[in-house]
Write a protein that binds this ligand. Structure first.
Ligand code: FES
Ligand code: FE2
Length: 355
């Protein structure tokens, strides 16, 4: 299945981009990225139009890249500014430049038609700049897995009881039904587990000893950003569903970037309404998330292997799959809309025949 192109994907944390030419692959396309002297991050097609040597193998000269083979040189807009040995710069000598936006220490890239790139569409949350909240960049999880399976895992509260028994789930939630809402721009799956023992995460982080009311809301923003709002409050508070800030509340964000059909990078971070400015708490949470996400990685990579083998029959679907089913349909629709638009565009002839 091809990828959704008209979307802002995370290329990396801001700290990943500096002077060096950095190769990055997103939706199967090889890019070379660097931070220009004005501080802006540049993303270009990583392929010299001459003999196709990746430009990331070349040399940065000021804000240009000199190809490592014959020295053709391209500026940050992808325009060729030098062809050694000739004065004339052919019109076909350029590389594609991709729109880039940087916000909250995250570098985003638009992989589709540049005309559709609207910076207002870059994912944002008011809590990023709310003093009552603390935002912390976690890490990048690399998975040998298809991004749809990764995203599906992030709208699936049902797996936590079985995959993450020491951190994010426990047996108390095994049989609690999952609600799913697919009517808005996001797909949301959620459930409350009332009056039960706290999970490992909140025993350690929230300091709960008695029973708690626990919630998990999984919001999936298409094509592949997940916001997991989860938390706990003392059962005696009888917390209403829409007053979750009274409890210990955490957002785990996953920016899922499809690299190829076999490889995905999940940049994850978290925000919380407790322990603002407490680095030890951030490190403690990172450590717990790492345990959980490595558990997901093991499952998703094993599934990817199984998918490569001949299939005797189609996978079955059960009640908890409502969210993933709708998600896959929406992704198919987005891809179809993008490719149908392309059909209307004039097709450039690949050769001219002269009789
Ligand atoms: S391959 Fe880049 S200049 Fe020849
Ligand atoms: Fe998980």
């Amino acid at each position: 299945m091809p990828f959704v192109k008209n979307a802002w994907y995370v290329a990396g944390w801001s700290t990943a981009f500096g002077e060096a030419l950095t190769p990055v692959t997103i939706t199967g396309e090889a890019l070379v990225m660097f931070r220009a002297s004005d501080g802006r991050v540049v993303a270009l097609e990583d392929r010299c139009p001459h003999r196709l040597l990746p430009l990331s193998k070349g040399k940065r000269i000021g804000d240009t890249i000199q190809c490592g083979y014959h020295g053709m040189t391209f500026d940050g807009s992808g325009k060729c500014v030098r062809v050694p040995g000739q004065q004339n710069l052919p019109a076909s000598a350029y590389v594609t430049a991709f729109p880039v936006e940087e916000r909250h220490g995250i570098v985003w890239i638009w992989m589709g038609d540049p005309e559709g790139a609207n910076p207002d569409d870059v994912f944002d949350l008011p809590e990023f700049s709310d003093p009552g909240w603390h935002a912390h960049h976690g890490d990048a999880l690399h998975l040998h897995a298809h991004y749809l399976n990764v995203a599906e895992n992030l709208m699936d509260p049902a797996h936590v009881s079985f995959v993450h028994p020491t951190t994010l789930g426990n047996a108390a939630s095994e049989n609690v039904p999952v609600h799913v809402s697919t009517s808005g721009a996001t797909i949301t799956a959620w459930r409350w587990i009332r009056d039960s023992a706290p999970i490992g995460f909140f025993k350690k982080f929230g300091g709960f000893t008695g029973n708690v009311d626990r919630w998990h809301y999984y919001h999936l923003h298409l094509p592949s950003i997940a916001v997991i709002d989860f938390g706990s409050a003392d059962t005696t508070l009888a917390l209403p569903e829409d007053d979750r800030d009274q409890g210990v509340r955490i957002f785990a964000l996953h920016f899922v970037t499809p690299v190829t059909e076999d490889y995905t990078i999940d940049h994850w971070m978290h925000l919380r309404n407790r322990a603002q400015g407490d680095d030890a708490a951030s490190a403690q949470m990172d450590a717990m998330f790492r345990i959980a996400f490595d558990e997901d990685k093991a499952i998703l990579e094993a599934i990817h292997q199984a998918e490569q083998r001949p299939q005797r029959r189609k996978p079955i679907r059960i009640a908890i799959d409502k969210g993933p089913n709708v998600y896959r349909k929406r992704i198919r629709d987005l891809i179809e809309a993008e490719t149908t638009e392309d059909l209307g565009a004039p097709v450039a002839p690949s050769f001219v025949q002269v009789d």
